[in-house]
Design a protein around this ligand. Sequence first.
Ligand code: FES
Length: 72
Amino acid sequence: MRIDRCVCHNVFFSALADTARRNECESLEQLMSCASFGQGCGYCHAYVEQMLETGETVFTELLPRRQPWKRS
Ligand code: FES
């Protein structure tokens, strides 16, 4: 299985990685304030967090679901 995007918003992790670099986003929450993704089911959150840590933009295994994102 290839996991490479936020399905709810059809945004590729590679595009999010570019946005993170341009805007110096270091956390999921910072990136969510700069790009439209992650506000649907939330399943992409764990992948985006790993992307921010490692630079990976394509995943082949399921990651445990992150705690639900809450807008403050
Ligand atoms: S896959 Fe990103 S919010 Fe659903």
